[in-house]
Design a protein around this ligand. Sequence first.
Ligand code: GLU
Length: 395
Amino acid sequence: MVPSRRIRSVEKSKTLAITDKAKALKRKGIDVVSLSAGEPDFDTPAHVKEAAIAAIEEGFTKYTASTGIPELRQAVADKLNREAGAEYSAENVLVTCGGKHAIFSSVLALCDPGDEVLIVSPHWVSYPEMAKLAGATPRFVQVREENGFHVEAADLEKAISPRTKLLIFNNPTNPTGAVYGRERLGELVSVLARTDAYVISDEIYGKIVYDDVAYVSLASFPEIRDRVLVVDGVSKAYAMTGWRIGFLVASKPVAEAVAKVVGHSTSNATSVSQKAALAALTGDQSCVTEMRQEFDRRRRYVCERLAAIPDVRCTLPEGAFYVFPDVSAYLGQQDGPADSFALCDRLLESEHVAVVPGGAFGMEGHIRISYASSMEQLERGLDRIEAGLAALRRA
Ligand code: GLU
């Protein structure tokens, strides 16, 4: 079997591959601690589940409009209007099968072969592969750790070329936890306003920010709003990963173009899940606050544990639920792992702890640890990471 050139050009999703490998080891009876996928361990809130059960019992089990049910589209528009001072209507919104589907459909709707997709890196593993699947060429603009993993406006300006059709930007950021406030965003917007590039702003972690850091949507800037595609969803904030509901908010011509992709690929997001997502967005929000407080406690714990390991450097994340420590001191030694991929293989095989190599996100020398797992799993996982690195020091 010879797969298409398109498929031959892409990598498997590393986050999913490692998580699957950890699950396979668990099925064999091995006690694996998985800190790989960004998946909240909490149960979906009860009122959300009840809305889904009611939808099933009422027979709400048929196709919906392919753009999503009107009341959910309106709820998404209302939410973003409140947050960004914008004036979106339901027609600007598409409901998709997860945030991933919103991004992929948007890349497909916007990009032609020969177009460049500029990606702020380190980046989520799927962005460059989505660009390649659309026949476009991924390019990267690298952030610097000493800058808190934030991209500089000057670096962005240098990286944009006449062929840049699209920028993919993620705020709060997976895997680094960096969050861009209004001032930093304003600097980037002043660069983007001088181009005609579209911007996908993946804001799926928007509700998960800590301390006095505030989430500001890129849709808050009217000067580029027509070219901004905001991606959000219920997976992360409401512990609803399996329900597969994401949203896209964009100008009407863009939303209509993306709707063609959605219409031909999935028809519509699951009817029952849409009702559940509506309950999540419009119901009591205290569940979001409670989960965020618990993520915050875990964030501090993981960073404290990492700080106590010799030669590991860790920037305290401002948002999302990942830490991205620098473990480069443990790489490239004789008989030791050559890079972050080899280190993660070794941690999984010898210590039975699953984490994701920084190289998969475009930054070698780091690993990504998800703290969306329970405190008990984190304690055990950190014990194993500590033991695995100690063994490398002794070797
Ligand atoms: N977005 C999550 C992560 O980065 C889930 C897995 C995936 O879709 O990549 O771990």
